[in-house]
Design a protein around this ligand. Structure first.
Ligand SMILES: C[S@@+](CC[C@H](N)C(=O)[O-])C[C@H]1O[C@@H](n2cnc3c(N)ncnc32)[C@H](O)[C@@H]1O
Length: 570
């Protein structure tokens, strides 16, 4: 008999889980329940009551939980809406000492465009590995004050505190500038009088130029704003000469853009040369482009790069465990005038703009919803938690899927959330408590490879949401493409094999093992399953058809790759 392993790669609809479904070859059915030999029984009780939770779930921000940035508005005087207003407010001494720990009152410089100044400093810090790209955050949790003190220290003056519009602009500029870095740098270098000028450019000046280039080329910001504001920022933050250089280069860029003659490389020559040209035009590392040429073909590689460069939307999952329905969530969004789209998945809505409003309105704190990718929801749909089942989430933290699975159990059943990272596990349990799901979830702080050897516990369903390259989420994680190296893949695939072997030891006879990653790379997906099934002929790959909406499998969404794996008749 032939089994089928479905590999779902997901770049078209920004759907990022690639769940693989494997059942133990015991002839038992999917619906079996009850852990055998499970040592962690705390009893499972219903998820009643209304938890109050402020959570940004990890799907959207996998590596940033608990490290957000926010700005607190100090006073209306300190926050005039636009740059360039004539009044120059001073922050109160109280605010000043809160922010900086010093008694000195920093002067707020209103000559510069505040969001550009903050974006430039943030870009500088990202480049040094000391900040993250996202800015989606609730204001007022204190971390924004740190951010502002970085701005003050770096620029030598304060900007006023940012309002929502500024925060959105910083987010757009920072994410876009990071995403388009290779393209922008190529052009900046081409427009410098000599390469040395670019190579030796001081870091802050380079960030200001990148912002100007990005605004002109990708945001179509009016000339006077893109040129004048960035020139002024360079003059004030650096020196007049720096402003003159920015002025000269940006004006040169404008002329070339108007004449439609940007000095970009031609897509010609052999595959290697074409990959190099495309890596500049679409701003990706060359090794990724070459890899996608090989695995996907040129056309698909191109589509993927365009997709990675598009603005992501956010998905929000309504928290049914707290008694809310999607209609409740939609009502709230409408009252907040936040535009949304319904997902084909019942619990989800999509938001392109207005996330800041949702956060500030406290919808997450109320436990009404969580930010979660639909792709993560698809993985949970493939797990298909049934009341009464025992499930172990082997790489659980910070817990987006654990919480959704627990909600789907409708108060009956039990989930064990295992992770090697204690801090992330703590975040998971705090969220579980706020969602009133903590009775159903037990955390296990362990290395899965050791835990699997030592325990006798077996579970109905075992989810392995493995650590991966994240190559399927490049549009949401703008910096990831620059942080990943080709060599990472080999290390990751070894770890994935080890974790799969360990996870398989936890599946009870007749149980199910689900493997998912947020990568589109076949080495991390199909190849791992093929290798696993060869090592473990007692596991039979199953189709995920019937578990997730067909749209995600065959439509504009997930690309479906069917792969036949031979297994023994049973
Ligand atoms: C992709 S993330 C999991 C995301 C999570 N499933 C969710 O939905 O929020 C991978 C996780 O694997 C954990 N991990 C890595 N190596 C591990 C190991 N040897 N044992 C257990 N967990 C591990 C990491 O700490 C990380 O939290």
């Amino acid at each position: 008999m032939e089994g089928r392993a479905l590999a779902l790669s997901q770049f078209r609809l920004r759907v990022v889980g690639s769940p693989f479904l494997l059942s133990v070859d015991s002839g038992a059915t999917r619906g079996s329940s009850g852990a055998s030999g499970t040592p962690h029984s705390r009893g499972s009780s219903g998820a009643s009551g209304r938890g109050r939770v402020a959570t940004i779930t990890p799907e959207a921000y996998p590596s940033r939980a608990g490290r957000g940035r926010a700005w607190k508005r100090d006073s209306p005087e300190a926050s005039p809406r636009r740059a360039g207003t004539t009044r120059v407010p001073k922050l109160s001494p109280e605010v000043s000492s809160q922010r900086t720990g010093r008694t000195k009152v920093p002067s707020v410089n209103l000559e510069v465009s505040h969001h550009r100044a903050v974006a430039a400093v943030r870009l500088l810090r990202i480049e040094k590995g000391k900040a993250f790209v996202d800015l989606l955050n609730e204001k007022g949790n204190g971390s924004g004050e740190n951010e502002m003190s970085y701005v003050e220290r770096t620029l030598g003056f304060s900007t006023r505190c940012l309002d929502n519009r500024d925060i959105r602009l910083v987010t757009v500029i920072v994410a876009g500038t990071v995403r388009w870095k290779r393209y922008l740098d190529y052009l900046i270098m081409s427009l410098c009088s000599e390469e040395k000028v670019f190579r030796e450019m001081e870091p802050l000046l380079l960030q200001i130029l990148r912002i100007g280039f990005f605004e002109i080329l990708k945001l179509d910001v009016p000339v006077y704003a893109a040129v004048d504001e960035n020139v002024r920022l360079a003059k004030v933050a650096l020196r007049p000469g720096a402003g003159n250089l920015v002025n000269a280069i940006l004006r040169k860029l404008l002329r070339l853009k108007e004449a439609n003659s940007l000095p970009l490389p031609k897509i010609e020559g052999d595959d290697r040369a074409q990959a190099r040209a495309l890596s500049i035009i679409y701003s990706h590392p060359v090794w990724m482009v070459r890899r996608w040429f090989r695995f996907l073909g040129k056309d698909e590689a191109l589509k993927l790069m365009k997709w990675n460069n598009s603005d992501p939307y956010f998905s929000i999952r309504v928290n049914t465990a707290n008694g809310y329905t999607r209609a409740d969530l939609i009502n709230r969004l409408e009252s907040l005038q936040v535009h949304y789209e319904k997902s084909t998945m019942d619990e989800f809505v999509r938001i392109r703009e207005g996330m800041q409003t949702v956060l500030q309105a406290g919808l997450l704190k109320e436990g009404m919803c969580a930010v979660q990718d639909e792709s993560a929801g698809l993985v949970v749909s493939v797990v298909d938690p049934q009341p009464g089942e025992t499930i172990i989430d082997c790489c659980a933290a910070p817990g987006g899927k654990t919480l959704f699975m627990a909600a789907r159990l409708s108060g009956q059943g039990k989930i064990w959330a295992l992770d090697i990272n204690k801090g992330r596990l703590r975040i998971l349990m705090e969220a579980a408590k706020l969602h009133n799901l903590d009775d159903m979830i037990t955390d296990i702080h362990a290395d899965l490879r050791l835990y699997a050897k030592e325990t006798i516990a077996k579970y109905d369903k075992v989810l392995l949401d493995a650590p991966c390259s994240g190559l399927g989420v490049l549009s949401k994680r703008a910096d990831l493409r620059w942080n990943r190296q080709f060599e990472d893949l080999e290390e990751l695939t070894c770890l994935q094999d080890e974790l799969l072997d360990s996870a398989s030891m936890l599946v009870k006879p007749g149980g199910i093992l689900i493997y998912s990653t947020c990568s589109i790379d076949p080495e991390e997906n199909e190849h791992r399953i093929t290798a696993f099934v060869q090592r473990h002929p007692d596991f039979i790959p199953q189709s995920v058809h019937g578990y997730i909406p067909a749209e995600f499998v065959t439509g504009e969404g997930l690309q479906q790759i069917d792969k036949l794996c031979h297994s023994e008749e049973h």
